[in-house]
Write a protein that binds this ligand. Structure first.
Ligand code: TYD
Ligand code: MG
Length: 449
């Protein structure tokens, strides 16, 4: 056995034999920590199944086996359920609901499929039981194991042979083969690596909970994200009950699917009709309020954009956004000034996406432009009009993807007018919907404000 110490960057996992003040890989300052590495001699074929080369045509092309979690919103984000032998990472800030969601999902798997192992390094079995009782999770072959030693966890998994395993959280797990502290990059990498081999070898899907640091990254992020098959992030604004589960990497499905949940007394509830939820408290006939349709994976989502434009007392007026990129707003404000002739230079502009949703689709551009203009001119936009389109720097309105899906969603909620890119009009056929195709921002302004 060879003992070696290495300096590991705690941000990205870069390793060096010498201490360095700045990580040459991720450029973080003072992030190198000395860690003792115990290199074990691995015997070829020791763990996992050994494979031999095979012509591609001889490989059976059967669909992967999938295990339903019993929660439609979660299954959808996973790409249709948990794939046998897959390693899934679920990240999110503390208190967002990771443990709650997984306990609910594992309860349903236990009741439907068979035994499930929930390993918790953070809460005691009693705490989990108490939480479970509140959520109606208290029976079935759902095994709780308060344990942090990787070796012991592996033994329990091999003994129990559960249908699925949850490790809550990967940062609390440690292996005795390394001397570094639990939560350090080497520990996280080693533990996740060993669990991955176990998952692949046994076909048991393993879900890892990952804590997110202040900067919004999972500790040891790059290493973990490379290793696992699927990475899901839990998003939500503090103070809002809505939670969005988003796939950022998925070897077994699409990466832009989302699941929408609402945190209630009895745990996380699925939101089958998110548009309804996000439009529920919309004030009608108020200047600055506009409804846009964003496409999240296979689902259109109607959300309300709210702009507030007021005279500024500051030398450089504020441009504050919640839920949309502020650089995008700056760009669109410049288009409004130049092409529509609005004078916004001395104005504070605030833009908010209601309900704590994050929009990162260019299809929301035209809605942002109209919301800002509506607030500035203090003129309302018809509350039953949907506004979609991408805006270019020349003030042109560009075509967007899947216009029909978005317009149909709006029709479901009683919208009867849609302002959309002229190039998209032919692609949309929705009964009872008046379509107004526009080529430029000026044209859109004439039609709506
Ligand atoms: P939790 O799942 O413990 O978060 P994480 O594991 O991501 O850190 O969620 C805890 C929060 O959820 C806590 O603030 C209380 C709230 N909560 C409810 O509102 N209702 C419930 O039924 C449960 C179990 C939790
Ligand atoms: Mg937790």
């Amino acid at each position: 056995m060879k003992i070696k110490t290495l300096f590991t960057c705690q941000k990205c996992g870069y390793q060096s034999a010498k201490w360095l003040g700045r990580c040459p890989d991720c450029q973080a300052w003072n992030s190198m920590v000395e860690e003792v590495q115990v290199k074990q001699q691995t015997v070829a074929g020791e763990i996992g199944s050994s494979a031999s080369p095979m012509p591609i045509g001889d490989i059976s092309g059967n669909e992967e086996q999938r295990l339903s979690c019993g929660i439609t919103e979660l299954d959808r984000v996973l790409g249709g359920g948990l794939v046998a032998g897959s390693l899934v990472l679920i990240g999110g800030t503390p208190g967002i609901g990771k443990s709650t969601l997984l306990l609910q999902a594992m309860d349903l798997v236990a009741k439907g499929t068979g035994s499930v192992l929930y390993v918790s390094g953070e809460e005691s079995a009693q705490q989990i039981r108490l939480r479970g009782t509140r959520m109606g999770v208290n029976a079935g072959p759902l095994f709780i194991l308060p344990e942090t030693s990787l070796e012991k966890i592996i033994v329990h998994i091999q003994r129990l042979k559960p249908a699925a395993v949850v490790i809550d959280s990967i940062q609390t797990v440690f292996t005795s083969t390394l001397e570094s502290a639990p939560g350090s990059v080497s520990q996280v990498r080693e533990s996740a690596g060993r669990l991955m081999m176990l998952a692949k070898g046994s076909g048991i899907p393993i879900l890892l909970v990952g804590h997110v640091t202040k900067e919004g990254a999972i500790a040891g992020p790059r290493i973990l994200e490379h290793m696992v098959d699927t990475v899901l992030y839990f998003e939500g604004e503090a103070g809002h009950p809505f939670r969005i589960l988003r796939a950022v990497k998925n070897r077994f499905g699409s990466t832009n699917e989302i699941g929408v949940f609402e945190m209630k007394e009895g745990g996380l509830m699925e939101v089958k009709n998110p548009s309804e939820l996000f439009l529920a408290e919309r004030p009608l006939g108020v200047a600055g309020s506009v409804v846009v349709a964003s496409l999240e994976g296979s689902r259109p989502l109607l959300v309300e954009l709210q702009a507030l434009v007021t005279g500024s007392s500051l030398g450089s007026p504020r441009r504050t956004t919640i839920g949309v990129d502020h650089n995008r707003l700056a760009l669109l404000v410049a288009v409004l000034e130049k092409k529509v002739g609005l004078s916004l230079a001395g104005q504070d502009i605030f833009l908010n996406v209601a309900g704590g949703v994050k929009l990162n689709e260019p299809a929301a551009d035209l809605g942002m432009v109209v919301a800002v203009a509506s607030s500035h001119l203090d003129k309302t936009v018809d509350p039953h009009s949907l506004i979609i389109g991408e805006v270019g720097l020349a003030g042109e309105v560009r075509g967007i993807t899947q216009p029909e899906m978005r317009v149909k969603e709006a029709a479901k909620f009683g919208f009867h007018r849609c302002i959309l890119p002229a190039g998209n009009v032919k692609q949309v056929k929705v009964k009872g919907m008046e379509l107004i195709g526009v080529k430029s921002v000026e044209e859109a302004m004439e039609r709506v404000i």
